[in-house]
Design a protein around this ligand. Structure first.
Ligand SMILES: [Mg+2]
Length: 284
């Protein structure tokens, strides 16, 4: 972990890893409009910008297309890293080629997860996205209809509701015995393979990027929630974005820098500062 603020003298190459909801994207509106100046700098300097989210691959693909970018990304809470074919002409040797990507997977597959969920039904009343209609997911998640459909297209993890919350402790123990783990999200519990988290996926992505960009690579991570902790612990410069009410998640990460504003505005300010852009000014 770097204690000092790296400058362009000491940090020739940069890669950025970012959470989406509540970090690059504003809570509620899902807008990144206030981060546009920083995103333009990132593009101009050809800095890898790796989304690291609980979102699915189709959700991230739609977002990247809307932003006009094509970059590596991490899906479903660290379940896998996707490198687009032909990205900077890099060779990604340690993954599986699934056109148009090379994929490095850490989590269980969705069919493994669903098989286990189905085996539970007699004892536990749980409802996963695989049991719910798009309309149900839209109603329960607050996502717009088109995004609810993309969120249902899962490859690795299962968000679910349980009728009796008291049973979650027992369920978690059973999941762990079967090689899975359960985390608590905002509205849903999440069932996933025990070998995955955002930190594991970020570290593997960094090793690929460093192989191509050199040992002086400096990594920046931005997140706002407990499930970003492992990612923030795995980068040189961890940045915590506050919640909309101004409070900060208690992530306990050494060397943490705190953005002053929530969502895309805080994200923008911190990245411009790290890239050496004075407020309202040009790069010196
Ligand atoms: Mg978040």
């Amino acid at each position: 972990m770097n204690e000092s603020f790296p400058t362009r003298r000491t940090c020739a190459n940069i890669a950025i890893f970012t959470d989406l909801d509540g970090s690059l994207l504003d809570h509620g509106t899902y807008s990144c409009e206030n981060a546009r100046p920083a995103l333009e700098r990132i593009r101009a300097r050809r800095i890898p910008l790796v989304f690291s989210s609980s979102k699915t691959r189709p959700e991230i693909e739609v977002l990247q297309a809307a932003m006009g970018i094509r970059e590596p990304f991490i899906v479903e809470n660290g379940a896998a890293v996707f490198f687009p074919d032909g990205y900077r002409n890099w060779q990604v040797q340690d993954g599986t080629h699934q056109p148009p990507y090379t994929v490095i997977r850490f989590g269980a597959t969705y069919s493994e997860i669903r098989r286990w969920v189905r085996s539970l039904r007699p004892g536990f009343s749980i409802r996963g996205f695989g049991d719910l209609s798009v309309e149900d997911i839209e109603r329960l998640s607050g996502l717009p209809p088109d995004q609810a459909g993309l969120a249902k297209q899962r490859e690795f993890t299962e968000p679910f509701l349980i009728d009796d919350d008291l049973k979650i402790v027992e369920l978690r123990a059973m999941a762990e015995a079967a090689g899975f783990t359960i985390t608590r999200g905002g509205r849903f519990h999440h069932l996933m393979g025990s070998g995955q988290n955002k930190g594991i996926a970020v570290r593997r992505a960094v090793s690929v990027i460093r192989r191509h960009m050199g040992p002086s690579l400096c990594t920046i991570g931005l997140g706002d929630s407990a499930n970003d902790t492992a990612m923030l612990q795995s980068v040189d410069i961890p940045i915590l974005i506050p919640h909309p009410d101004g409070s900060y998640e208690d992530v306990g990460v050494a060397g943490l820098r705190k953005a002053r504003h929530p969502g895309s505005r805080g994200w923008n300010d911190m990245i411009l500062e790290l890239l050496g852009v004075p407020p309202g000014g040009r790069t010196p």
